[in-house]
Design a protein around this ligand. Sequence first.
Ligand code: CA
Length: 294
Amino acid sequence: MSRSKGKRRKPRRVQAKPRSARRQGKARFAVVGATALGLAVCGWLLWSNLSSVPHGRGLELLRLEVLRTIPHDRQAFTQGLLWHGGKLYESTGQYGSSSLRRLDPQTGRVERRRNLSRRYFGEGLALQNDRLVQLTWHSETALTYGLETFEPSGQWRYRGEGWGLCWDGQRFIMSDGSSLLTFREPQGFNEAGRLQVTMRGRPLAQLNELEYAHHSVYANVWQEDFIVRIDPLSGRVTGRIDASGLLSRAQAPGADVLNGIAYNPRSDTFYLTGKNWPLMFEARFVADESRSRD
Ligand SMILES: [Ca+2]
């Protein structure tokens, strides 16, 4: 015997909803409506925010306000620069002429100098408490010194190339010529994380000398005449400082690339120089009104 399916359907009972159900329905409608309105407002705010910043990445364009020029040793192939306690400290490179120096920021005079072994090519320089830490390019060795005496106090090892170095108050931040910054522990210099640096959404390589200020990392970019300001949480470049045209045509011959950035929190100013440059510059970074945002 075959069975036929669904021939006899149960008649639908049409019944008015009770009043409480209607109230629930209205409340649900109100919630859905409010959510939709909220989403629309959020979307509009996001759209208006992005549309007000071309590229949607908020890259602030800055320029230099030069306050002062200071003589700089043209023999100094600058790879690291920092300010502390009214003095500048500099690391210079090149095999056979690498050094650690203390400079008078008023005159540029070299007050103290320690030459490195010929096997080391000096690179980035950072200060952690009263310990100076100097990277080497290919030797995978960080050299440490006493701040006052410049006496070597030890060495740390790392893998890969050493370029720039700064100290954020808790960790070292190191560049190696790529678009990655490496965080390193204060004791032992072990790796504690990496940060991909991007500008306008793309990796920005050749990061060189570093400086930490205003909760940001400032970096020279090798062979570029601009400095970038990096958000150390996201790696995003939030500002680009135009540092072109610092040297006159008469001063430029023999000078290599812009490199060396130090922050003086007392005056809220930066010191800038370059490899074999005849001058250092004390400057502020100010909004480039002519370009605003890019
Ligand atoms: Ca520096």
